[in-house]
Design a protein around this ligand. Structure first.
Ligand code: PEP
Length: 258
């Protein structure tokens, strides 16, 4: 039996200072409690900016919340002369469960390569964090009909030389760049097509058991009004939500996706 508990994750991006973050998380926790959210049925996670992680940890631990949290990025190094970077060991110490790796905004604004993503995936694993690897094509590749090929190449490049044992628990987020923050959402068939292709590729790389146990999320303008359709795809195991995760009620609605 392969238990891929659906995961709804909120990427706050560079929004919410630590006081705003606390208010948002508190409101989210109340809203989920009111709705009697069953965390064993749908996992919920948030990705605040680095500066919010300490206060998120205090609130989660102080109030015994079941909401998981993670960082939006991490260094591929563990410590030393890397000014401005944040080590996975610091994140682990703050109770992070996850770290995003290779979000399209990191890939485009900071020119992160697949090779760097692979080193970050390794760093996350070294420190007991679950990497949430983001991949996805741009409009150009989509229009040329090369989206599957392009996205799978990112997948292979970002996981190269790692084995199934090391990657256990990995989460993959398929986020077509043309759908991120644009209001344009991939059709349910598009999301399912790519999630299926990603799972098939994972199977050929790491075997059937690994592929069946690995959660593949969709991200790109997910809202409460479209989430049910998108998560209807058999291979789509959840959503990575940007803009709509900044509104506690809307995000809580997304967690009740059916
Ligand atoms: C994201 O940042 O991962 C994302 C999917 O953003 P949005 O939901 O705003 O498109």
């Amino acid at each position: 039996v392969f238990d891929r508990t659906p995961l709804i994750a909120g990427n706050w991006k560079m929004n919410m200072d630590h006081t705003q973050g606390i208010a948002l998380l508190q409101k989210l926790a109340w809203t989920l409690k009111d709705a009697r959210h069953d965390f064993s049925r749908v996992e919920v996670a948030v990705f605040p900016p680095f500066t919010g992680l300490r206060s998120v940890q205090s609130l989660v631990e102080g109030d015994g919340l079941q909401i998981a949290y993670g960082a939006q990025d991490l260094s591929d190094q563990d410590s030393g002369a890397y000014t401005g970077d944040i080590s996975g060991q610091f994140l682990a110490k703050l109770g992070c469960r996850y770290a995003l790796v290779g979000h399209s905004e990191r890939r485009s604004i900071h020119a992160e390569s697949d090779e760097q993503c692979r080193d970050k995936v390794r760093a996350a694993i070294r420190h007991g964090l679950t990497p949430m690897l983001c991949i996805g094509e741009g409009l150009e590749q989509r229009q040329a009909g090369e989206h599957v090929q392009y996205t799978l190449e990112q997948l292979r490049g970002s996981l190269a030389e790692l084995n199934a044992g090391e990657l256990e628990g990995l989460v993959v987020a398929y986020e077509p760049v043309w759908a991120i923050g644009t209001g344009e959402v991939a059709g349910p068939e598009d999301a399912q097509e790519m999630a299926h292709a990603i799972r098939a590729e994972l199977e050929s790389l790491y075997g059937e058991d690994f592929a069946k146990a690995t959660r593949v999320l969709y991200g790109g303008s997910v809202k409460s009004s479209n989430v049910a359709n998108i998560l209807g795809g058999a291979d789509v195991d959840g959503a990575l939500v940007g803009g709509a995760s900044l509104d506690a009620e809307e995000f809580a609605k997304i967690t009740r996706f059916e």
